[in-house]
Design a protein around this ligand. Structure first.
Ligand code: C2E
Ligand code: CA
Ligand code: CA
Length: 955
């Protein structure tokens, strides 16, 4: 009975318990260590064991410590021992009644049981008081003790009915009460027979004691019946519970009282040990109370009625038996026929009827069980047959033992022909190895045990399987190891067609990593593959090269021919690029008009330059877009791994090299050098400074005089912006203007220049009384802004300058890039009354037809032609042509960058009237310019225009 300490967690009821599963055969729950915790708890238990041991010793050997049976001292000792044992038992039962590990019903059972025991103790004490005397008195005390036992037996019955596994519904309850009644009637029948047949001795209390003893045995039989019923209602796993111990205790009492009845019938007196049977049985129950901590009953109630064939449900029938035996004995004693025959016949008939009922019950139960099993089987069969998944049972080597009919619908194969073939024959050759491994691992997969649940091990994998009509289907397999399952003994595959999902998945993957327009790899895939290539390169010690390409004039095409044409250009360019790289190279479109090529294993720089050359040649052929021939070049930056660059580093290096290529002119390929990186960084710094410069107002203007070539008189000024950076000093416009244009800062800056220049020109005009023309440079970016017209209008309005005094300079290339928009903007600007000049004329590729359409007033001959003018060769010819063109289009011409008197002379000869350059003056600060203006300022600035108008009239 000494339980072993174990984990305290066993105390708590387990939430789900499946009856009849493997778990039920596990070892019985052990006593938690906590049980040994409390000192007094242990003390009670130890005393209980000691006292019980004493009783047993005494019972076995008639130990003399209690004196001879019947002696008063003996009686006292017996009652004392009984009292102490019962009291101890009650204490332990009470303790169980307050054990929070038990559910409330079980606790209630223990509390009521404790009161039943207390009742026993109280009566023992009363009996002790009554038993002070002779033999009859001892009998009186015996009677009181028996009465107490009877009462406590009834209370115990009530207690048992409190247990969570006691019948709850009306049917079960009425069945129980009928059984109780049967046993009660059977018991009372025996009692009545005994009473009428046994000769009563002339002691007054004898009859009372005899009847009480009979009642007591009947009650104990009823208790055993109830315990048996409760035990049957407990799931197998939890049968090793308190009920077994209680049953043992009750059996002890029942046997003892039964024996006492026989003893009393023979000797007329009660046996001496009788007083101790009840305490003993209480002690055993108390021990059950002590182990009850591990006995979980609440969730262990069987949900469905199970028909097990334990002999316990025969108890009511057995109870009828004594009645029959007595009846037969009496009839035999009377010996009269036909009574004897009739009684015998009725008994046999009744027994046969019982047997018949028993047999038919078993038959019904079997039929019901079989029907349920059949229904289950049919249900599972239907499920397998109509499942859209294919269910296959395989041997561990992949031999098919069963395939569900859905195989025909899903994969087109006849399930019957597949049996005994190997599944490998159906698989895509690339998947065979993985599938073999999958089955091997599945066969090794152990059952998964989680808590009380045991699930067979399973795995998942995707394969391609041949469809009977050809082609591959992608299927998802869930494999379950049922090798241990007696009806299966194989690996079960649940196969689902996921072809569609896998196609969609692939499409999504493709979309995620490819550019929708050209279908080339996108930046993510490119960087990922560069990363892979770098990892391979590290192992193979071979460098990785990246070519970074940017189409030079793509923006023009997009702006002038529209986005659709731009897209077509990109697609065609991508096609040509793809044809000029090797198959092993990865071509990607990184963004807009940026492409990149990943080249592996090119040890030679010449090799990558060769690729760049092939790209140049492939793009050299004109692209035909919207019926027009368009020429496209690409700037290429090349970078190669040198010392442990990351994918990002490498792409950035190639980008920097490409940027340098751009600055060196169109269609160039440049190999990255670390110094370029510094230059690129420098650019970033300039950009940051530039932003601050706008806020800090570090800009100011210089003015370069525009003079009448013949006289040298100043007729106007070109405003040129200057940046005096606080940190880096004077920064030339050639450095910061392009950056300002790229970053958009030029819009703010340009607005400032415009206002400043207009105010200055107005001031000079007012102070000198002669109007002075002011020329302001506009960048392409500014012209694209719709707000430019308002800006110019505001600048004029705020300064009060006459619009005819303002000239806006736009470069030739800028005007030709976005012809339609330029025309719209120029026309709008012209309505303000200003003039427009084309800067750097001759360096771009102006189409004459456009030039004619633009409202342009002035052409500025670029310095390169002026430089060439006295060198002979083509210089003078081109300059002459420009001047002539200006005449034809009725535009005045201004020569830029005149440095020598000879140049001035030639230009005058060509008919060029105006000019600017160091020969006359460099760009000057306001004060210097003012001084020069006072000295050389023309008094009539409109002379040029007037003279030209006159010459036109004359012609
Ligand atoms: P640009 O419009 O062609 O300006 C004329 C450039 O030639 C000026 O250079 C000027 O100093 C220089 N120059 C004038 N005479 C001579 C000469 O005899 N010999 C030589 N070698 N050079 C001469 P700068 O000031 O460095 O300006 C460079 C460019 O920056 C300008 O070229 C213009 O495109 C741009 N720029 C200047 N200010 C502005 C502005 O306010 N807005 C915009 N958008 N661009 C500006
Ligand atoms: Ca200019
Ligand atoms: Ca210029």
């Amino acid at each position: 009975m000494m339980p072993a300490p174990a984990d305290a967690s066993v105390r708590r009821p387990e939430p789900t318990l499946t009856p009849g599963l493997r778990g039920s055969l596990e070892s019985l729950p052990a006593i938690p260590a906590a049980v040994f915790g409390a000192g007094w708890d242990r003390a009670i238990l130890v005393s209980l064991i000691v006292v019980t041991a004493c009783i047993l010793t005494w019972l076995a050997g008639g130990a003399p410590i209690f004196g001879a049976p019947g002696a008063h001292a003996s009686l006292l000792a017996r009652h004392s021992v009984a009292g102490i044992v019962t009291a101890l038992a009650a204490c332990i039962a009470l303790r169980a009644g307050f054990d929070s590990a038990l559910d409330h019903r079980t606790r209630r059972f223990w509390r009521i049981t404790a009161s039943a025991m207390t009742l026993g103790t109280v009566f023992s004490l009363i009996a002790l008081g009554a038993g002070q005397g002779s033999d009859p008195a001892s009998l009186i005390s015996d009677t009181a003790g028996l009465f107490a036992s009877l009462l406590s037996g009834v209370v115990l019955l009530l207690a048992l009915l409190q247990l969570p596994n006691a019948p709850m519904n009306a049917v079960d309850q009425s069945k129980l009460w009928l059984d109780i009644a049967t046993v009660a009637v059977g018991g009372m029948l025996v009692g009545w027979y005994d009473y009428t047949t046994v000769q009563a001795p002339p002691v007054a209390s004898w009859t009372m004691t005899f009847v009480l003893l009979h009642l007591l045995t009947t009650v104990e039989l009823i208790l055993i019946l109830v315990v048996a019923v409760l035990w049957r209602r407990t799931v197998l796993h939890h049968r090793a519970n308190v009920l077994l111990v209680v049953a043992v205790a009750l059996t002890i009492a029942f046997v003892a009282h039964g024996a006492a009845v026989v003893e009393m019938a023979w000797s007329g007196a009660l046996p001496g040990w009788l007083h101790l049977t009840i305490p003993l049985s209480h002690a055993v129950i108390a021990a059950a109370g002590w182990v009850s901590c591990v006995t979980v009953m609440q969730r262990a109630v069987r949900t469905q009625t199970r028909h097990d064939h334990s002999p316990s449900h025969l108890i009511p029938y057995v109870a009828v038996l004594p009645g029959f035996v007595l009846l037969l004995r009496l009839a035999h004693a009377q010996g009269t026929q036909p009574l004897l025959g009739l009684v015998f016949g009725v008994v046999v008939l009744t027994v046969l009827a019982f047997a018949r009922q028993l047999a038919s019950t078993r038959e019904v139960v079997r039929a019901l069980t079989e029907a349920a099993a059949k229904q289950n089987e049919a249900r599972f069969q239907a499920l397998v047959q109509h499942s859209s998944d294919v269910i296959t049972i395989l041997d561990t080597d992949g031999t098919i033992r069963y395939v569900s009919p859905s195989m025909l619908a899903v994969l087109g194969h006849d399930p019957i022909t597949l049996v005994n073939t190997n599944i490998g024959a159906l698989l895509h050759p690339e998947d065979v190895e993985a599938a073999g491994q999958f089955l091997e691992e599945l066969a090794r997969t152990r059952d998964v045990v989680s808590g009380a649940k045991v699930a067979p091990g399973s795995r998942k994998q995707e394969w391609r399987i041949a469809h009977a009509k050809g082609g591959w289907m992608t299927v998802d397999n869930v494999g379950t190891n049922l090798l241990q399952e007696s009806v299966i003994r194989g690996l079960v595959l649940n196969t689902r067609d996921v072809t569609e999902q896998s196609v969609i998945k692939q499409q999504y993957m493709h979309q995620a990593f490819h550019d929708a327009l050209t279908d080339l790899a996108n930046r993510s895939l490119f960087l990922y593959q560069v990363g892979n290539a770098l990892a391979r390169a590290k192992r193979q010690q071979s460098p990785v090269t990246i070519l970074f390409l940017d189409l030079d004039n793509f923006k023009n095409v997009n702006d002038s021919l529209g986005h659709a044409a731009g897209d077509r250009l990109l697609v065609e360019a991508a096609r040509r690029l793809a044809s000029s790289v090797r198959d092993s190279d990865l071509l990607a479109r990184l963004s807009g008009d940026e492409f990149a090529v990943l080249v592996e294993n090119s040890h030679d720089q010449a090799e990558s330059l060769e690729i760049a050359e092939r790209i140049r040649v492939s793009l050299a052929r004109p692209f035909l877009l919207s019926g027009k021939e368009v020429f496209v070049t690409a700037s290429v930056g090349i970078a190669q791994t040198a010392h442990g660059e990351t994918a990002d580093d490498l792409v950035r290096n190639a980008d920097v090299a490409m940027y340098v290529a751009k600055t060196r002119g169109k269609g160039q390929a440049v190999v990255f050098e670390p110094a370029m990186h510094t230059a690129a960084l420098e650019r970033l710094v300039v950009e940051a400074d530039l932003r601050r410069a706008v806020e800090r107002e570090e800009f100011f203007l210089q003015y370069q005089p525009i003079v009448e070539l013949s006289t040298g008189d100043i007729v106007g000024a070109e405003a040129l912006v200057r940046w005096m950076c606080r940190d880096r000093g004077a920064v030339p416009p050639a450095v910061f203007i392009p950056i300002a244009e790229e970053t958009g800062l030029i819009v703010t800056l340009g607005r400032y220049v415009l206002r400043r220049a207009c105010r200055q020109a107005k001031q000079w005009t007012d102070e000198r009384g002669v109007p002075l023309r002011i020329t302001v440079n506009l960048s392409g970016r500014q012209l694209q802004e719709p707000g430019i017209v308002d800006d110019v209008r505001d600048a004029l309005h705020d300064s009060g300058l006459d619009p005819s005094q303002l000239v806006l300079e736009l470069t030739e290339s800028m005007l030709m890039q976005n012809t339609e928009l330029s025309l719209v903007r120029l026309t709008a600007l012209k309505t303000l009354g200003i003039s427009v000049a084309i800067d750097d004329f001759g360096t771009g590729y102006s189409s004459l037809s456009y030039l004619q359409r633009y409202p342009v007033d002035m052409l500025k001959i670029d310095k390169t032609f002026v430089d060439d003018i006295d060198n002979g060769g083509e210089g003078p010819v081109l300059a002459r042509a420009i001047v002539a063109l200006g005449e034809t289009l009725q535009m005045s011409t201004v020569a830029e960058g005149i440095e020598t008197a000879a140049q001035r002379g030639h230009l005058l000869q060509l008919g060029c009237e105006l000019g600017q350059g160091f020969l006359f003056a460099p760009p000057l600060d306001v004060e210097e310019f003012w001084q020069l203006l006072l000295a050389r300022g023309s008094t009539s600035p409109m002379t040029v225009r007037r003279r030209r108008d006159m010459s036109v009239q004359a012609a």
